[in-house]
Design a protein around this ligand. Structure first.
Ligand code: EPU
Length: 437
C-alpha cells in the first residue's frame, strides 16, 4: 500500500494546471457509445476513474486511443456485448457503470451492470436510476453479481420527475432519452455545469435537448447520433481543492484552467473566509493574504449552491479561522467521517445530527450526523492517517501539509481516482514529502 511521509508547515506556492472534470469526462466517454462514428474528447485527465471507464468501454468493443496530451479517441463502430464475468471484474471500482445502461440498451438491447463502487460517503442508492430506466420501458433483473437489463419493446420517451435533483439520475435520463422514441420531459433535474457540458456534447452528436427554467429538461429522441469532438469543462472540484490548500497552508497557488463563472458560489465563500483571489484569462490565483481568517456558515447544495465536494478541503482551512464555522451537509448523509483524522491532528470539530444551517434538509429527522461545527483557530500537528475517500483524502493531505511535524499518510492511491499527477503537483508546489510504493 502506498504511503506518504509529509513534513508540514510549509506554504504551498506555485502553479497547477487543470484538465477536464472527472465528473464530466467519464460521462462523456459513455456518451461516445451512442455515436455511429468515432468521438474525440480533449483535456482528459489520467486518473483511475478514467481507466475504469476505459476498461469497461473496451470490453464492449470500443477502440480507445489515449495520447499523452490528454486527447482520447473513442471508436464505437464495433460495439458488442461483453462477457458477464469480465464486466464483473470491474465490480466495486466506480459508480459510472450505472450510466452504461441506456446507451447499451440502445446499441445492443441488453446491459449488465456490476456492483458499484465510489466513495463511502452515504448509502448512495441507485433507486432513481432504475426507476428512470423502468419509465423508459427497461426490464430490470437483479442477479447475485450485478444487474441485468433488457428492453424487449425498445425504449420510449417518458415524463419523469426526480424526487431530488440527482446528478447521476439526470445523466441517466439524458443518455437514455436522446435515442428513445418520442419525447421525454424531466422535471426536478440537476443542472450542474458538468451536466450542461454533457448536454452540449449530446447536442454536437445530433440530440435535441432544451433546458427550461425550474429544472425542467426536454429531450426529443432521434434515430441516430454521430461522434463528437469536445474539449471537456475544467475540473471545478480540483480547482476548489487547490484553493483551499492555498488557504490552509498560508500559500499562493495559481490554478491554470479554472474559470470564474462555474465557481461563483465557491469564490464568494472563499472571499468571506478571508482568502484572496484574482481572476485571469487563463486561470485563477488563490492565496492567503495574511491576517486572520473568518468563520462562515455554509450549507452544501445542488447547483447553483455550494457543492458538497468543496466542503472537505475547505474544512481544513476553517480549522484556522477565527470563531465557530458551521457546515450543514445536505447532499450526502455521511460526509463528515474524514473529520476524525483532523480531530486527531488537533482540530476542534463537533458533528451533529440536527440541521444546523438555515434550512431543514431530508437528513434532519433521520439521525444522520450531517452538520459540523468547527472551532478555530487550532494548531494542527502531524499524525498517522489512512485516506478514507477521494475528497476526504485530499483534505487529510492538506491538513498534513499545514500541520506542524511529520504525518504518515497511507492509502494515498485513492486520491488518484480524481486528481491527476497529484504527487507531482504537490512537489511542484514545494511540498516536503517522501513517497513509498
Ligand atoms: N440518490 C438517491 N438515489 C439515487 C441517486 C442518488 O437517493 O438513485 C441520492 C444520493 O444518495 C445523494 C443524492 O441523491 O444523497 C445526490 O446524489 P447524486 O446522484 O447527485 O450524486 P452522484 O451522481 O452519485 C455525482 C458526483 C459526486 C458529487 C455528486 C453531487 C460523479 C461520478 N459523482 O455523484 O462526486 O458529489 O454528483 O454533485 O459525477 C466526487 O467527485 O468526489 C463525488 C462524490
Amino acid at each position: 500500500m502506498s504511503q506518504i511521509t509529509v513534513t508540514g508547515g510549509k506554504p504551498l506556492k506555485g502553479r497547477v494546471d487543470l484538465k477536464g472534470a472527472k465528473n464530466l469526462v467519464t460521462k462523456a466517454m459513455v456518451a461516445a457509445l451512442l455515436g455511429e462514428t468515432p468521438s474525440v474528447l480533449k483535456d482528459v485527465p489520467r486518473i483511475s476513474d478514467v481507466e475504469v471507464v476505459s476498461g469497461l468501454l473496451r470490453l464492449h468493443g470500443v477502440v480507445i486511443d489515449f495520447t499523452d496530451d490528454g486527447v482520447m479517441h473513442l471508436d464505437p463502430t464495433n460495439v458488442k456485448s461483453a462477457r458477464m464475468v469480465d464486466i464483473d471484474a470491474h465490480a466495486g471500482s466506480s459508480r459510472i457503470p450505472i450510466l452504461f445502461c441506456g446507451p447499451l440498451l440502445h446499441q445492443l438491447g441488453e446491459a449488465f451492470i456490476p456492483g458499484l463502487g465510489g466513495c463511502h460517503i452515504g448509502d448512495r442508492p441507485v433507486d432513481y436510476h432504475f426507476e428512470v430506466l423502468r419509465n423508459f420501458g427497461a426490464k430490470i433483473e437483479e442477479l447475485p453479481n450485478g444487474t441485468r437489463l433488457t428492453a424487449p419493446k425498445g425504449l420510449k420517451g417518458a415524463k419523469i420527475s426526480l424526487p431530488y435533483p440527482s446528478v447521476g439520475a439526470t445523466e441517466q435520463v439524458l443518455l437514455t432519452a436522446v435515442k428513445a422514441t418520442g419525447k421525454t420531459e424531466l422535471s426536478g433535474a440537476a443542472i450542474e455545469p458538468e451536466i450542461m457540458d454533457l448536454i452540449a456534447i449530446l447536442q454536437k452528436m445530433g440530440a435535441i435537448i432544451s433546458v427550461d427554467a425550474d429544472r425542467v429538461i426536454r429531450i426529443e429522441g432521434v434515430k441516430t447520433l454521430n461522434g463528437y469532438s469536445h474539449r471537456a469543462l475544467f475540473d471545478r472540484n480540483e480547482a476548489a481543492s487547490w484553493a483551499a490548500a492555498a488557504l490552509a497552508t498560508e500559500g499562493d497557488i495559481f490554478v491554470g484552467g479554472a474559470r470564474q463563472q462555474e465557481m461563483t458560489t465557491f469564490l464568494n465563500v472563499f472571499r468571506k473566509v478571508g482568502g484572496a483571489f484574482q481572476i485571469e484569462d487563463d486561470g485563477i490565483r488563490f492565496w492567503h493574504p495574511g491576517g486572520q481568517l473568518n468563520s462562515v456558515v455554509i450549507e452544501t447544495d445542488v447547483h447553483p449552491g455550494f457543492m458538497t465536494d468543496w466542503q472537505q478541503p475547505l474544512v481544513v482551512a476553517l480549522t484556522q479561522a477565527n470563531g465557530f464555522s458551521i457546515i450543514h451537509e445536505t447532499v450526502y448523509e455521511q460526509r463528515f467521517g474524514f473529520t476524525d483524522a483532523l480531530k486527531d491532528m488537533g482540530a476542534q470539530i463537533q458533528i451533529y445530527s440536527e440541521c444546523l444551517g438555515g434550512t431543514s434538509c431530508r437528513f434532519g429527522q433521520r439521525n444522520y450526523n450531517h452538520s459540523a461545527v468547527i472551532s478555530g483557530p487550532t494548531k494542527l500537528t502531524g499524525a498517522d492517517i489512512r485516506v478514507p475517500d477521494l475528497r476526504g483524502g485530499f483534505s487529510h493531505m492538506v491538513a498534513a501539509l499545514a500541520a506542524e511535524g511529520v504525518s504518515n499518510v497511507t492509502n494515498v492511491q485513492l486520491i488518484s481516482r480524481g486528481y491527476e499527477n497529484f504527487l507531482q503537483k504537490l512537489a511542484d508546489l514545494g511540498a516536503d514529502f517522501t513517497y513509498t510504493e
